[in-house]
Design a protein around this ligand. Structure first.
Ligand SMILES: [Fe+2]
Ligand SMILES: [Fe+2]
Length: 377
């Protein structure tokens, strides 16, 4: 058994299981205790390790509180509303200020932060959308000093080329995304390794984990970018890191109804999967399909982040309702384990991974659901 690569632990659960774990968790960590420790940590006062409960588990009040890993990530994706919108649906605006309460080490957003990819939008329209993003999303995160990383979605800055093949079709959106993110690059609070092409593709290290963000805002990665990806993944800094995570907007394989078609998954999938496996990438995080799925294929873990904003989708091979989700990842670096806890942010309950299909077959291959394991007590 490929223990460390395959034994990907997924935290629980809803229904009776959730009720049990929520109850158990609340018994172990009274809310006031967690709150008190949280406030002392944020004010930099000393908390000795003996004072921290064994299953220290910060979470927004009243929500299921998973045990914190060595490193905790929160992942969100697909925040936008309809074309040209300068604000966000209620569940997005409600969720963003809650994120610091999980006390993540890093927040990741898998793209589609604004509502572009429309040729009739003017430079002013696009700027107004980034202003809206700054107001509703970026400002609360910056005030919380939360390290944050992003990848470009097709609605942010599509990398699709014109038919002639040498110019971007959405040139205005590429330009405005670059202007906005270059201006706010330091707000992300991360230590870049390579950022010449930021915000389109870049790399950084955070708490001994190497991250590579590539530009999967359309279905292909140009040769020049792929050459950079290979060099970067093979670098000493990447290879000596405890773990390696790659994030891009489009996934390798299809999982959602309405997205099971050419153009909504990356092309040359086999080549990309081989590349990621060759450099021992633990996890590829994607958005765009608007449906949460904790998958794997071969030796590669595939986190499909659900949409927090408009248009959540139904998974292929399932009749579950669409949900707006946020995922917390608790990582055990030494054993390369990752626990997922995914919340439906409308009902504020945890998604039960057992309800999800065990296998999803799309147009370019299948993806399996990670086997689930009971949370360690
Ligand atoms: Fe999207
Ligand atoms: Fe998208």
């Amino acid at each position: 058994m490929k223990f460390n690569r395959r034994h990907f632990l997924i935290s629980l659960s809803s229904g009776l299981g959730l009720a049990f774990y929520s109850y158990q968790n609340l018994q172990q960590i009274p809310t006031t205790n967690v709150k008190e420790i949280n406030s002392r940590i944020t004010t930099n006062s000393t908390v000795s390790s003996s004072e921290i409960p064994i299953s220290f588990a910060p979470a927004p009040k009243g929500m299921f509180a998973p045990k914190r890993g060595d490193v905790r990530l929160v992942v969100i994706s697909d925040l936008n509303s309809s074309y040209g919108s300068t604000n966000y649906q209620t569940q997005v605006e409600k969720t963003i200020p809650l994120i610091p309460e999980w006390q993540p080490d890093l927040l990741l957003c898998a793209g589609d932060m604004i509502a572009g990819q429309k040729l009739s939008l003017t430079e002013e329209n696009i700027q107004a959308m980034w202003d809206g993003f700054y107001r509703y999303i970026a400002t609360p995160l910056r005030q919380a000093k939360l390290p944050f990383c992003i990848t470009m979605g097709n609605h942010d800055a599509s990398g699709y080329f014109k038919k002639s093949g040498d110019k971007y079709l959405y040139e205005k959106e590429r330009r405005q995304a670059r202007i906005y993110w270059r201006k706010h690059q330091n707000d992300l609070n991360i230590s870049f390794l390579e950022a010449d092409e930021f915000p389109f593709y870049y790399s950084f290290i955070h708490q001994e984990i190497f991250y590579l963000i590539w530009d999967a805002s359309t279905f292909y990665l140009p040769t020049q970018q792929l050459e950079w990806v290979e060099k970067s993944l093979g670098s000493n800094q990447a290879q000596i890191a405890k773990m390696r995570i790659v994030m891009g907007h489009l996934p390798l394989y299809a999982v959602a109804v309405g997205r099971n078609k050419f153009g909504d998954v990356l092309t040359k999938t086999e080549k990309l999967q081989n590349l990621l496996e060759k450099y021992n990438i633990h996890l590829y995080i994607s958005g765009h399909h608007h449906a949460y799925f904790p998958g794997y294929k071969g030796n590669l873990k595939l986190l499909y982040t659900g949409a927090l904003g408009s248009g959540p989708r139904v998974l292929l091979n399932s009749n579950l309702p669409p949900r707006n989700t946020l995922t917390v990842l608790d990582i055990n670096k030494e054993q390369n384990q990752i626990f997922y806890t995914t919340y439906d942010m409308k009902t504020m309950t945890v998604v039960n991974p057992q309800e999800l299909p065990e296998k999803i077959t799309g147009l370019n291959g299948f993806v399996l659901r990670e086997p689930e394991v009971v949370l360690p007590s």
